[in-house]
Design a protein around this ligand. Structure first.
Ligand code: WTA
Length: 651
């Protein structure tokens, strides 16, 4: 990643500010900015004391000797301690009054519902852990989970953690090729899958992809198949087993294995924008403590909440906030199998009213889709149980934030815009909803124990409102412990760009209140006439125009300016681009940001190419914008058709 250019120029100006509602603060875990600041100050002054105290709220088979052993860039948290994540998610509650509290409310896309209390979840997880043991799965073995979002996927994750097997969940939308690569890289011996799942009214097969992948994976000895769609599938004798048949012979007793705090917990592959996917490795104790604490404080979780994080378990958000963080806190977590617009674009709002969801956590890409579909779908439902909204995954454009606040939250619910990464494991920069005033478009302030900074390429902190590189200056409990099997790449990617700091790869600025404004990935930052501009800021300006639904801005080489900006724009339903709109949008950006940010070229398109997790594939757009052949990895592309279309418009 080149850090050789001048500092990033930050140009987004946003002055709206929303203090936490008084009623919210009164009942919140952290009630004021002063209280937040005091706890944060102490937590970064003495992180070991802070995290040691929190860790004691959870169960340990054996107490740690040292909270942190740090030999940059390798950390050991709660070294010498023994614990078990599954025990803390389940047994702790089963041994309490929460025994019959609902742990999971699950809805399938066809409308089938399962309510699973903690006691029942515990029994099913123990039973499946026994299934794994009966197939010879041992502590440390790597297990692939490639499933739709059905309760069995969660049982599988928890069963692995119970016996110390290391799971690697692969999002169900990935191809057989991606499954194969991940099996090879992780050296997995067992695959847990399903016949298929439901998506937009169709039964989508998964098992056939596994069969194809396994032609080149002789190391995989067993495949366990959960039955979901009941569509016919091939079952390889000796290798493939039906989940329900194996479970019949497995008992409900399976003690949780005491594991070293640093025992590997999971590997999650990130579909990076360049090169082969990275196997991000997380370990047990530190991740557990931080998942527990961030869920409790960021979502201000209360016993009676019905909490819904819409992420699929194939992404880190699904791991930490749909499953582990929620269960560690004894919460009721909602899971939904299908698409947000099936059978109609109001499915999410219907689910919120149906189950009385109080906390709703989703992604900007979803919010922009809702905006595009129109607010009438939201307004059909009361949403009166909601008390808190969250967002994660990309910078949220201020206009999308305002829409979320007004239309979904009815100006009543605080929004937590949470910045973090697969690598960080848990939320790092975020408002605490009862304490920190929010501003549309900023993730605000660091979470307890987290010490981020915005620095220049020499590693010196830059003044307020100056763009720079976002780094983390101190190790934190849920930090990645490495890239699976590749310590050199780990050092190089994260620990060599800025001396002594973890390098996030994101650009950011801090405002005069110390709030962090994330400007997107460094490679989404362009240099126009010597100004480095976060393309996200130009996108926000475009999206603030009344006709624009979504925008992606990339750079193409330009003889005069170094780089020129090209904007790909989708318009709101019913609006067609006439000749004057292009110029109007350029003027709009000039007005919002300044002439330097005016896109040189604006192209209208029906949809934008996205990864399956919803991130816009800027690399592809860059290639289109500069008239190159599209090269490289496109396996994470949601809709290949989009590419052809954008090209046509090019001609
Ligand atoms: C981006 C998702 C701005 C950022 C948990 C980061 C965000 C990358 C935000 C990690 C946010 C995530 N505001 N940008 N609230 N949240 N990002 O690994 O560029 O899928 O580095 O983890 O998403 O994406 P990942």
């Amino acid at each position: 990643m080149p850090l050789s250019q001048s500092d990033i120029t930050s140009v987004l100006h946003e002055t709206r500010k929303f203090p936490p509602p008084a009623e919210f603060s009164k009942r919140a875990h952290v009630k004021s900015l002063a209280e937040y600041k005091k706890i944060h100050r102490e937590s970064v002054r003495n992180p070991q004391k802070f995290w040691g105290k929190i860790a004691k709220e959870l169960h340990w088979f054996k107490q740690w000797k040292k909270v942190l052993e740090w030999k940059e860039p390798f950390a050991k948290w709660f070294a010498g301690g023994k614990t078990n994540l599954c025990f803390n998610c389940l047994d702790r509650h089963v041994n309490s009054w929460r025994r019959n509290k609902v742990a999971i409310i699950w809805e399938g896309e066809p409308g089938d519902v399962r309510n699973i209390p903690y006691a029942s979840l515990h029994r099913q997880v123990c039973q499946f852990a026994n299934v794994l043991k009966s197939l010879g799965v041992k502590k440390g073995d790597r297990i692939i989970i490639y499933m739709p979002l059905i309760p069995e996927a969660v049982f599988a994750m928890l069963a692995c953690t119970r016996i110390g097997a290391v799971h690697s969940v692969i999002f169900g939308g990935f191809s057989s090729e991606a499954v194969k690569d991940r099996i090879h890289d992780s050296g997995a011996t067992t695959v847990i899958t399903a016949d298929g799942g439901f998506r937009r009214g169709q039964a989508v097969g998964l098992k056939a992809n596994v069969d194809k992948a396994l032609r080149d994976c002789p190391g995989v000895k067993h495949v366990i198949v959960a039955q979901r769609t009941k569509e016919p599938i091939h079952m390889e004798p000796g290798r493939d087993h039906w989940w329900h048949e194996l479970a019949e012979n497995a008992g409900y007793e399976c003690p949780a294995e005491p594991l070293d705090s640093e025992h590997p917990l999971f590997i999650l592959y990130t579909s990076g924008s360049t090169g082969k996917p990275k196997g991000i490795l997380h370990t047990t104790g530190g991740y557990m403590v931080s998942a527990y604490l961030t869920t409790k404080y960021v979502f201000d979780l209360r016993e009676e909440d019905t909490y819904w994080c819409t992420a699929d378990i194939g992404w880190v958000t699904g791991h930490t906030y749909s499953v582990y963080g929620a269960l560690l806190n004894g919460a009721t977590t909602v899971l939904y199998e299908g698409a947000p617009n099936h059978p109609a674009p109001d499915r999410f709002w219907q689910i919120i009213d149906k189950f009385g969801v109080t906390i709703f956590y989703t992604a900007p890409t979803a919010i922009r889709a809702f905006i595009k579909w129109g607010e009438q779908h939201v307004l059909k439902h009361s949403l009166k149980t909601l008390r808190l909204l969250g967002t994660v995954g990309e910078p949220i454009n201020p206009e999308a934030w305002m829409w979320y606040y007004n239309v979904v939250g009815k100006k009543r619910c605080p929004i937590v815009d949470t910045w973090w990464q697969t690598e960080t494991g848990t939320i790092m920069i975020t408002p605490l909803p009862g304490a920190i005033p929010t501003k549309p478009g900023t993730a605000t302030l660091p979470f307890f124990g987290i010490d981020p900074a915005v620095v220049n390429k020499e590693g010196r902190e830059v003044p307020p409102n100056t763009g720079g590189y976002l780094v983390i200056r101190k190790p934190w409990p849920a930090m990645l412990r490495g890239l699976y099997g590749d310590p050199e790449r780990y050092k190089k990617t994260y620990w060599s760009e800025i001396k002594g700091c973890y390098f996030t790869g994101d650009g950011a600025r801090r405002d005069k209140d110390g709030y962090f404004w994330i400007m997107g990935r460094i490679d989404d930052v362009v240099n126009v006439s010597g100004h480095r501009i976060g393309t996200m800021e130009v996108e926000s300006a475009l999206v603030s125009h009344k006709d624009v639904a979504e925008a992606a801005v990339v750079a193409r080489p330009d003889d005069l300016k170094g780089q020129a900006l090209v904007a790909f724009v989708t318009l709101k339903g019913g609006i067609t681009a006439d000749g004057s709109l292009q110029e109007e949008l350029r003027q709009h950006v000039a007005q919002e940001i300044g002439s330097l940010a005016k896109p040189d070229d604006i192209r209208f398109t029906d949809t934008l190419p996205k990864t399956r997790s919803g991130k816009i594939m800027r690399r592809l757009l860059r290639e289109i914008a500069s008239g190159q052949e599209v090269k490289g990895d496109t396996t994470t592309l949601e809709d290949f058709g989009v590419l052809a279309k954008l090209r046509e418009e090019d001609e």
